[in-house]
Design a protein around this ligand. Structure first.
Ligand code: XUL
Ligand code: CO
Length: 437
């Protein structure tokens, strides 16, 4: 049965089109820097925002009008799968992503919960046989139910740790069965609220134990997906352990997990950590750990995770610059971890929102490709750091210098001459590229 009646396939009509239900910049087959847009961008629909989220916020109840809401329980879960594959097809997106509890409701016991899951997994598996859309990643929701109040793998309650292990074990089996390209760990409850009642060392050690068990089990069952950690500094927990990319990468190295994971960088999580989106992407990239992206944006006037669809060209351009410099996202993709605003409650808003996000990233890709082709930032940076390619700078970076030789050099009292960083001029160049492509 059709859920988005009256809405057809969304096609590319070009920048002059006035049709709100058409792509203006995303032309899936168009080749940019040697690959099609579809191959570069690897868009993914987030099941939770698009099919499960009902529009509630801490002050208000559901606002979304959803054609599957006439059903309840497992019937609603099944209707959502049908609607999902209809939307994937109409938007022509190559991927989607879900949490276990997005796709099927919990039962009274874990057995019942898993049985509910199995029904929906079977349905999704059947759709995947004919659909072009594949599973980018799945994950476990270990934050909504009150059992996770003290944490999931970092709980003070060993029974909860065991429950989480069972949940992720099932998640890895699900990922294998549905051919997931990745498996995500986002630790919404992995953190603490006050150190006055927290064994910080035990919680971190347990988190590492949990990850090692997951790696071992994936290997045991032959799950070939890439493991991803999704950093976020806070919300819902006051201090989350995977605070930002640098913190998460240091944690992985401390516990010898660095070869088994990459980062899933979310734009709004970056800004909550006091970073730019580009900072988190760059930090992951230069460490060889940029795996995937949750593509959204926050609101600079609000202090929480607003999960808006990305419409800021400046941000998507700089994000695509990092992704292109990374040689692409490999098994990762651009997952729209984003929801239409509570007041954009009609079903077609789901289409407008995705079209806006896809067009903004498509345009960002083209601008970024031109910036790289012209080596704009590379030339600026090479010039700025040229003192490290000759003389004393070359001795420093080639490991020949030490404090003795550097002191001797400094004692020559040669005049130190700095040059302008030209930030404003560089931003004006970036604007030229943004406006000209
Ligand atoms: C929460 C968030 C999650 C993860 C998956 O802020 O981003 O939806 O992406 O658990
Ligand atoms: Co996310």
């Amino acid at each position: 049965m059709a859920y988005f009646t009256g809405l057809g396939k969304i096609t590319y009509e070009g920048a002059k089109s006035k049709n709100p239900l058409a792509f203006k910049y995303y032309n899936s087959k168009e080749v940019v820097a040697g690959k099609t847009m579809e191959e570069h961008l690897r868009f993914s629909v987030a099941y939770w925002h698009t099919f499960t989220h009902e529009g509630s916020d801490p002050f208000g109840s559901s606002s979304m009008l959803r054609p599957w809401d006439k059903y309840t329980g497992m019937d609603k879960a099944k209707a959502r799968v049908e609607a999902a594959f209809e939307l994937f097809d109409k938007l022509d997106v190559p991927f989607f992503a879900f949490h276990d509890r997005d796709i099927a409701p919990e039962g009274m016991t874990l057995q019942e919960t898993n049985a509910n899951l199995d029904v929906i997994i079977g349905m999704i598996r059947d759709y995947l046989k004919t659909s072009k859309t594949k599973l980018l990643w799945n994950t476990a929701n270990m934050f909504t139910h009150p059992r996770f109040m003290h944490g999931a793998a970092t709980t003070c309650n060993a029974d909860v740790f065991a429950y989480c292990a069972a949940q992720v074990k099932k998640g890895l089996e699900t990922g294998k069965e549905l051919g997931a390209q990745n498996y995500v760990f986002w630790g919404g409850r992995e953190g603490y609220v006050t150190l006055l009642n927290t064994d910080l060392k035990l919680e971190l050690d347990n988190l590492a134990r949990f990850f090692h068990m997951a790696v071992d089990y994936a290997r045991e069952i032959g799950f070939a997906g890439q493991f991803l950690i999704e950093p976020k500094p806070k919300e819902p927990t006051k201090h989350q352990y995977d605070f930002d990319a640098q913190t998460a990468m240091a944690f992985l190295r401390n516990y010898n997990l660095q070869d088994a994971f990459k980062m899933n960088i979310e734009a709004n999580h970056a800004t909550l950590a006091g970073h730019t989106f580009q900072h988190e992407l760059r930090m992951s990239r230069i460490n060889g750990m940029l795996g995937s992206v949750d593509a959204n944006q926050g609101d600079m006037l609000l202090g929480w995770d607003t999960d808006e669809f990305p419409t800021d060209l400046y941000e998507t351009t700089l994000a695509m610059y990092e992704i292109l410099q990374n040689g692409g996202l490999g098994k990762g993709g651009l997952n729209f971890d984003a929801k239409p605003r509570r007041e954009s409650f009609e079903p077609e808003d789901l289409f407008y929102a995705h079209i806006a996000g896809m067009d903004t990233f498509a345009r960002g890709l083209k601008v970024a490709a031109r910036l790289i082709k012209d080596q704009v930032f590379e030339n600026i940076i090479a010039e700025r750091y040229k003192s490290f390619r000759e003389g004393i700078g070359l001795e420093i970076v080639s490991g020949k210098a030490d404090f003795h030789t550097l002191e001797q050099y400094a004692l020559q009292n040669k005049p130190i001459i700095n040059k302008s960083g030209r930030q404003e001029q560089i931003k004006a160049i970036l604007n030229q590229y943004l406006l000209e492509v």
